[in-house]
Design a protein around this ligand. Structure first.
Ligand code: ARG
Length: 690
């Protein structure tokens, strides 16, 4: 409990704390200490170089006094206002009061007020030692303790059959996978759901075209490798041949009435898409379970019945047989205004418009904007995307028993989804008091020109091509880094710094065979695509740039993966050196057995590294609240800079001081554990050697 309290307070001031960090943040990564492993060079964080001893930086800066003071200033009837004239007054009062709360004991060892009104909480070394002992000892990071594990349905990826799975779906896939992993890690019961668009009028033309092109499709299913081209051809005919258009419509009717032949054609087309999607999921190590729009089709009639039962019908509009367009528009506008006037945040209504049933709902995010009519049944009796979403919402609540439902869908659909949630509440499907139903939106993907992301020829980018390009770029990078290292050995040999044997051994240690290079390139290529997306706040538009994501400096997957490999190598080399005097494996095993390793944190850079590692659970809590995995990316970056700084200042293994060496190996292990776990949560693959 004590730990919790202190952390909560810290969270509020996190922003201030970030800004307040010292230049030590950007410590150089390369330091040639005697036990520096020969391997894995890694570029330092941008604008590297710091010398001297960094200040101990294990503080949370809390800015609540500044905000409170601003609030007090606005109040006219606050009797004690004179006591709190400045933020500093407020901060001092809080700090004085805090002394009465023993909970912070053992967690915070110093509370300090600094102008203009920050309250700094310095985390006690004993607390950091405790936290780190657990991680280093068990080799595991623990999720936050106070999470109530409920049932979560997460709707993500959700591409459309026969249409392009585009970069927007890629974002949904990457963000959804990461959020799913984080929730699962915290113990939630997660149902990953792929709400694919596998039903709808486009299938009419696809089936009609299939029957023309492959009349014998039932006995001899064609191999449609390019479904996009097939779709385009069908669409062209649909637009140009009235005859075909008619047939397409009747195919829709046949499909909806479940004619056997239509279902076979439909299945064949879906299967082609599915294989395509699965290729992407496999490469990205994504798991989703398909429950597409078709799954709800049989529930749509009942859904509309329920809507009619629960939501009042306030009017019907019918245009006259020979009424002219002008007059119809005028009357319809007046009708719409009347319906809108009866719609409010607390009251959704139904209205019929020439046979189409419209569900009028106010979007709670834009309470002053005019309400939106969502068509839930068309004049021809057909249903819509919205009807399906109401049915799916009901199913997720009633059958899947979800307590929490997440929709990882582009922000362009925000208003549609908000209306579905509001309408669902008015239908009595759930109450916002006991269920969390929310949209996890994200911005669009733009190219380096700031415009919608396209290929040079202006086509939509095929995801497979995108992944291939990233992996190719990664392979070039891996090979050139390897060449650099080998060239360095040759140089050292020529300069007489290495003997023939030493050079041969170094080459041997560096070499990577083709399989290893492949594996590394896959990890980096896919990792950089995912990471570039995850690291920015999802709500912003996201600029896609191979060059940037493959940059070896800055907060990129490449930088972090090299940093990780370097840590692994530091651990390997350190373990080897210490093995001359100690059974290191037995020592690790003993720490694991007690789950409480012996740690000594003395150097400020050790403390800062420990502090960064110990922040893990708190950042996870933050992600659970905000669903912003970008926070974990920041943490990873902080970790790798803190580690570089630690490595720069602290010799990991010093045979003259075995106790400190043991402790430092454990710290390296804890850092590695935290980093690997965070990569796992982001869905970024990592390799121990690069
Ligand atoms: N298939 C939709 C699209 O590509 C996304 C579906 C999102 N999920 C939902 N329940 N509406 O735009």
């Amino acid at each position: 409990g004590a730990a919790k309290k202190a952390k909560k307070k810290g969270k509020k001031g996190k922003k201030g704390g970030k800004k307040g960090k010292k230049g030590g943040d950007k410590a150089a990564a390369e330091a040639e200490s005697p036990d520096s492993p020969a391997a894995t060079p890694v570029e330092a964080a941008p604008a590297a170089a710091s010398s001297g001893v960094p200040e101990r930086d294990t503080e949370y800066k809390c800015s609540v006094a500044l905000r409170l003071n601003a609030m007090i200033k606005k109040q006219t009837d606050f009797a004690d206002a004179a006591l709190y004239k400045s933020p500093l007054d407020v901060a001092n009062a809080i700090a004085a009061k805090l002394a009465e709360y023993p909970e912070t004991e053992g967690v915070v060892d110093k509370v300090e007020v600094v102008p203009p009104g920050f309250i700094n909480f310095r985390v006690a070394t004993s607390f950091l030692v405790r936290e780190l002992r657990n991680i280093a000892g068990t080799g595991k990071v623990a999720p936050p303790a106070e999470v109530k594990p409920v049932k979560v349905v997460i709707d993500f990826s959700s591409p459309n059959i026969a249409k392009e799975m585009h970069v927007g779906h890629l974002r949904s896939t990457i963000i959804g996978e990461s959020i799913s992993r984080i929730l699962e890690f915290c113990g939630f019961d997660v149902a990953r759901t792929n709400h694919v668009g596998d039903w709808g009028t486009q299938f009419g033309m696809l089936i009609a075209h299939l029957k023309d092109e492959h009349p014998n499709f039932v006995d001899n299913p064609p191999n449609i490798s390019d479904l996009q081209a097939f779709y385009r051809a069908a669409k062209a005919r649909f637009d140009a041949e009235p005859d075909f258009t008619q047939r397409a419509y009747s195919e829709v009717v046949a499909l909806q009435s479940r004619s056997e032949e239509s279902l076979k054609a439909w299945n064949l087309i879906c299967e082609v898409s599915r294989v395509e999607f699965q290729r992407i999921y496999d490469r990205l190590q994504v798991t989703t379970h398909e429950k597409g729009e078709s799954f709800y089709h049989d529930q749509l009639a009942d859904t509309v019945e329920l809507i009619k039962e629960r939501i009042p019908l306030v009017g019907t509009f019918t245009s006259g047989e020979d009424e002219d367009a002008e007059a119809i528009k005028e009357r319809r506008d007046a009708f719409a205004a009347e319906v809108a006037a009866q719609t409010s945040l607390d009251n959704s209504v139904l209205a019929e418009d020439n046979g189409a049933l419209c569900f009028w709902i106010v979007n709670p995010r834009e309470p002053n904007a005019p309400p939106k009519p969502l068509i839930v049944q068309k004049a021809d009796g057909g249903y819509t995307y919205a009807t399906t979403d109401f049915a799916a919402l009901k199913y997720r609540l009633d059958v899947e028993k979800a307590d929490w439902i997440l929709y990882v869908v582009d922000s362009g659909q925000a208003s549609h989804l908000e209306c579905i949630y509001k309408g669902g509440q008015h239908m009595g499907l759930f109450s916002a008091d006991d269920k969390r139903v929310e949209h996890v939106g994200f911005g669009v993907v733009v190219g380096e020109d700031g415009k919608k992301f396209k290929t040079r020829s202006g086509d939509v980018v095929r995801l497979v091509d995108l992944l291939d390009t990233a992996v190719e770029g990664a392979e070039k990078l891996v090979r050139s880094k390897l060449d650099e290292r080998l060239a360095k050995i040759d140089e050292q040999l020529a300069a007489g710094e290495l003997t023939e044997e030493e050079a041969a051994a170094a080459r041997e240690a560096e070499s990577m065979d083709d399989a290893e290079i492949r594996k590394a390139s896959d990890a980096i290529g896919h990792g950089c695509i995912k990471y570039a997306d995850l690291r920015c706040n999802r709500l912003n538009n996201y600029m896609f740039s191979f060059e940037r994501m493959l940059d070896t400096r800055g907060n990129t997957a490449v930088y972090l993966l090299y940093a990780y490999a370097r840590m692994c190598s530091i651990l390997r080399v350190g373990t080897e050196r210490l093995s001359s005097v100690l059974d290191v494996d037995a020592f690790f095993a003993a720490s694991a057995a007690t789950g409480a390793a012996d740690l000594i944190l003395t150097h400020p850079s050790e403390q800062r590294l420990a502090f960064t590692i110990a922040r893990f659970a708190e950042e996870i809590e933050y992600v659970l609240e905000t669903l912003l995995p970008s926070r974990l990316c920041e943490l990873l970056y902080d970790l790798s800079t803190a580690f570089s700084e630690f490595y720069h200042h602290c010799k990991v293994v010093d045979l003259d001081d075995i106790e400190v060496s043991k402790s430092r190996l454990l710290i390296v292990r804890a850092a590695l554990t935290m980093m690997a776990s965070t990569f796992d949560l982001l869905g970024v693959e990592y390799v121990g050697r690069l």
